[in-house]
Design a protein around this ligand. Structure first.
Ligand code: ATP
Length: 138
């Protein structure tokens, strides 16, 4: 079985590091499935759940709040603005963040700078809730 080392890091900490079978990530230009030996590439990442197929064949999700992914044939590195494993996600906090963002979106005009900020904050909250839920469903 072929594997490739993956590291997911944020400015604060190393979130994930292991040899894995495959990474599925949402790049700026679309979804990417990365297997060991992949051609080198660098891409932005959307706010999304990165799916990782572990050595034992099970799937690990990581909530990623934007950033970059660098792929080399023998190493995958994700530099994320923030990232959490499902069990690290505080669901109540994400729910509160979602409610705050929704209230701000309802109160501001679409041309307003705060609108984009609130939209991104809403995306982060929804992404965290989805990744946390994925864990519960397994
Ligand atoms: P909040 O408004 O709740 O702070 P946010 O989306 O603004 O949410 P970020 O700026 O993306 O938060 O992240 C700041 C730090 O807090 C990061 O280290 C991130 O991993 C962590 N974090 C944010 N939300 C959660 C959560 N719901 N559960 C666990 N960690 C979180």
């Amino acid at each position: 079985m072929k594997t490739v080392p993956v590291e997911i890091v944020t400015p604060e900490r190393k979130v994930f590091s292991d040899d894995v079978q495959m990474v599925i990530a949402r790049g700026g230009a679309g979804d990417l499935g990365i297997l060991p030996g992949h051609t080198p590439l660098v891409t932005t990442l959307k706010i999304s759940g990165v799916r990782i197929r572990l050595k034992d064949g099970s799937e690990q999700q990581v909530a990623v709040s934007g950033g970059f992914m660098e792929v080399k044939p023998d190493k995958i590195t994700i530099l994320a603005e923030a990232a959490e494993l499902p069990e690290e996600i505080d669901v109540d906090r994400a729910q509160r963040a979602r409610e705050r963002a929704e209230a701000r979106l309802a109160a501001t005009g679409a041309e307003n700078f705060d609108f984009r900020r609130a939209e991104l904050s809403l995306q982060r909250a929804i992404n965290r809730l989805q990744v946390a839920k994925g864990k519960e469903l397994k």
